[in-house]
Design a protein around this ligand. Structure first.
Ligand code: AR6
Length: 175
């Protein structure tokens, strides 16, 4: 069965999927935005496990349990900070998606939900980030089958419509 890509407008902390992805920073010790919301909903045990991980490089990902979240696991990835686009931001962002998807496969996870990594505090322009998110995920899941559904979870309607536009441009409109 090929992987379904779905775009939804929701709070990622409420989703009962196998894993939600956290847009973290390299300390993995929490922060604002979606990171803060995930730690708040998961409870202090999440931070305790994160302290054992020794941080995470940009473009890489690490997995923990979900604790009080409805999701079983959290995959923490560190996206790039936008510095104008000439500093391998696109490569690092694609790498965050690929590393997270690889961890899902390695752990036999079937459903995974991504926020718009780097599109808040880290300042990545949403239209460019959405293309990388959808294209990288479509290519990875075609080459590496095993994940049933990937959700792109957008916190606002503007971002949701940009993602939907990208999906239809790539002719992947399955949602
Ligand atoms: N559900 C889904 N999406 C959300 C939620 C939520 N509950 N909350 C925010 N978003 P950001 P970044 C969206 O800033 O740009 C943190 O301090 C938000 O609207 O969370 O990768 C970390 O510790 C935006 O579209 O992540 C890092 O230091 C998207 O999630 C830094 O921010 C990502 O915004 C990471 O910055």
């Amino acid at each position: 069965m090929s992987t379904q890509l779905k775009i939804i407008h929701d709070d990622i902390t409420t989703l009962a999927v196998d894993a939600i992805v956290n847009a973290a920073n390299s300390s993995l010790l929490g922060g604002g935005g979606v990171d803060g919301a995930i730690h708040k909903a998961a409870g202090p045990e999440l931070l305790k496990e994160c302290r054992t991980l020794g941080g995470c490089l940009q473009g890489h990902a690490k997995i923990t349990k979900g604790y009080k979240l409805p999701a079983k696991y959290v995959i923490h990835t560190v996206g790039p900070i936008w510095r104008g686009g000439q500093n391998n931001e696109a490569g690092l962002l694609a790498s965050s998606y690929k590393s997270s998807l690889q961890l899902a496969l390695d752990n036999n996870l079937k459903t995974i939900a991504f926020p718009a990594i780097s599109c808040g505090v880290f300042g990545y322009p949403i239209a460019q980030a959405a293309k990388i998110a959808v294209k990288t995920t479509a290519e990875f899941t075609t080459a590496n089958p095993g994940i049933d559904t990937v959700y792109f979870v957008l916190f606002n309607q503007k971002f949701e419509s940009i993602y939907k536009q990208v999906l239809s441009e790539l002719n992947l409109n399955q949602s």
